[in-house]
Ligand binder design. Structure first.
Ligand SMILES: [Zn+2]
Length: 243
């Protein structure tokens, strides 16, 4: 069984026509899902923009347990405090400026502040990836206190996927290897919220001839463009890393 979840929390980047194009491109590629925004299912709604109540409930639980705190640092503060990020795909380790300030403990809603998860410093997070094998990260050094809610009132990716994976009873998550460290963060969030952690399978990223991961600048390699150039779904599938 496959579920299609539309992760459309960022209002700057999400438009209805984009999701229609994703439905069309994935179906063309031969991927069929049994639950999703277009076909429904027992764990709907399947668009994150319609699931705010779930994220708010998790935010409240984390706040009550003292697992998150408000952070008043600006982007500029963080940029000047951070040493160079050790990983281009990842955010710098948060220096802990607001950790002990106990800001926001009486807040009833998260809007207007950044909220961070207090990671247990030194705790080793281990998991066995179904594709890439044993993984090991150390909280507080491989990654720091990470965002669970943004000042502009959008839940973070980390919080939203953990809440949804649990509520939707997702048993296996397949995604790109650039998100391995995020999995360690999400395992900590799952523990804090008392959720089971789904199995993980991280795929190698699709790269161009120079070894760079595909991004917006590679529009010519989008599924849509390949399709317009006359590629068949089979030919596109065999060019991808094996899942
Ligand atoms: Zn801060």
């Amino acid at each position: 069984m496959l579920a299609f979840r539309n992760e459309d929390l960022d209002p700057q980047r999400c438009r209805t026509e984009f999701v229609q194009a994703i439905f069309e491109d994935l179906r063309w590629l031969g991927i069929e899902w049994q639950e999703g925004p277009d076909c429904g299912g027992p764990f709907g709604p399947y668009a994150q923009s319609e699931r705010r109540e779930y994220y708010l409930a998790a935010w409240r639980r984390l706040l009550e347990q003292g697992k998150i705190y408000a952070c008043k640092c600006s982007r500029k503060d963080l940029a000047s405090a951070a040493s160079a990020p050790n990983d281009v795909d990842d955010e710098p380790v948060y220096p802990g400026t607001c950790r002990e300030l106990n800001l926001g403990t009486a807040c009833e809603l998260p809007a207007g502040m950044n909220w961070r998860f207090r990671v247990p410093d030194g705790e080793v997070v281990e998991f066995v990836d179904q594709n890439l094998g044993p993984q090991r990260f150390v909280a507080g050094s491989d990654f720091g206190d990470f965002l669970v809610w943004r000042r502009d009132d959008v839940p973070s990716y980390q919080l939203a996927v953990v809440v949804d994976d649990s509520a939707m009873e997702i048993t296996e998550v397949v995604r790109g290897a650039d998100l391995l460290k995020s999995t360690a963060r999400q395992i900590l969030l799952c523990r804090a919220l008392g959720y089971d952690t789904p199995a993980r399978y991280h795929c190698e990223l699709v790269r161009d001839d120079a070894g760079l991961r595909l991004a917006k600048r590679h529009d010519a390699l989008s599924i849509r463009a390949l399709r317009e150039q006359g590629w068949s779904p089979e030919a596109v599938r065999v060019s991808l890393p094996q899942i």
